[in-house]
Design a protein around this ligand. Sequence first.
Ligand SMILES: Nc1nc2c(ncn2[C@@H]2O[C@H](COP(=O)(O)OP(=O)(O)O)[C@@H](O)[C@H]2O)c(=O)[nH]1
Ligand SMILES: [Mg+2]
Length: 323
Amino acid sequence: MPANLTPDYKRAEERYRQALTPEDKLAALDEMMATIPKHKGTEKMQADIKRRIAKLKDEQEKHPSKKRAFYIVEREGAGQIALVGPANTGKSRLLASVSNAEPEVAPYPFTTQVPQPGMVKFENVQIQVLDLPPLDPALSPPWLMGVIKSVDGVVLCFDLGSDDLLDQVETTFRMFEEANLQMVPAKGERGHRAKSAFIAATKADAPGASDRLDMLCDACPKDLHILPVSAEAGMNLENLRREVYELLGCIRVYTKAPGQKVDYSSPFVIRRGTTLLEGAAIVHKDFADKLKYARVWGSKTFDGQMVQRDYVLQDGDIVEFHV
Ligand SMILES: Nc1nc2c(ncn2[C@@H]2O[C@H](COP(=O)(O)OP(=O)(O)O)[C@@H](O)[C@H]2O)c(=O)[nH]1
Ligand SMILES: [Mg+2]
């Protein structure tokens, strides 16, 4: 017997297929159950939907942590940085003022529910910055720490306009500790458990901000840099972009063909410590195999100096590969 599925059912099924979280999956399955034509031809399908609903509910009860789904925001640009902090600290507005993004800004908490990417340009480098829901013990979505662990660096946002400042700082660092996650300065050791970070002290234009900035300096780990910023007053926004870039721990290298001029508009943004040979492989897959030597114009070399495969590339180097 044909199933004669309705458009409503098909929509629900599509929603199920695209659902990222168990909650969304459950909601879609409920809708599928509600819209599926109830006749003999769909009995097997109905049973199957019921089975999937039961299984999801069962998993959620047995392992509350399984509720934790995650978001993967497709990477763009030289790296991915996250704005992290309590509700209402001005994260969305800050991203709007330093990027092309237009996230929702509102004077009440929890307007940002899913990761919102924006592209931030520092000089000739584009960096993807994610605006995230608030970090809050009760109200953060379960996937939030997962996203924070997956990015290349973190801008911690604390609000110089808020009397809750110190509580928020304490709560935030406690949450990192519980998640076994460390915030380290841009030049420190990084990894899955250690994110390079700095602190953006937001709303520096607010009344009482300078006193709160002193309090913030006392309350935060001493090695993390604190940058006072204001989206409202346009204060320190270029410095913010620079520090966002520095979180990546990258250098910029330019290439040129012999006898040609350098194109400064499109650097290769690569990890600090990359050797000439590794850099060659990034520039062109054939270069690494065929590389004989290169000439470099840069800070650690004299102009046009010949370097070998183990030369460690430096920020701003201009490289002429010879293959
Ligand atoms: N005075 C002042 N208010 C700001 C500034 N940045 C954001 N706000 C306000 O703070 C509130 C929360 O901002 P929002 O960006 O939505 O915070 P989020 O929850 O961290 O994303 C809004 O009313 C903003 O207009 C700033 O630099 N100065
Ligand atoms: Mg927001």
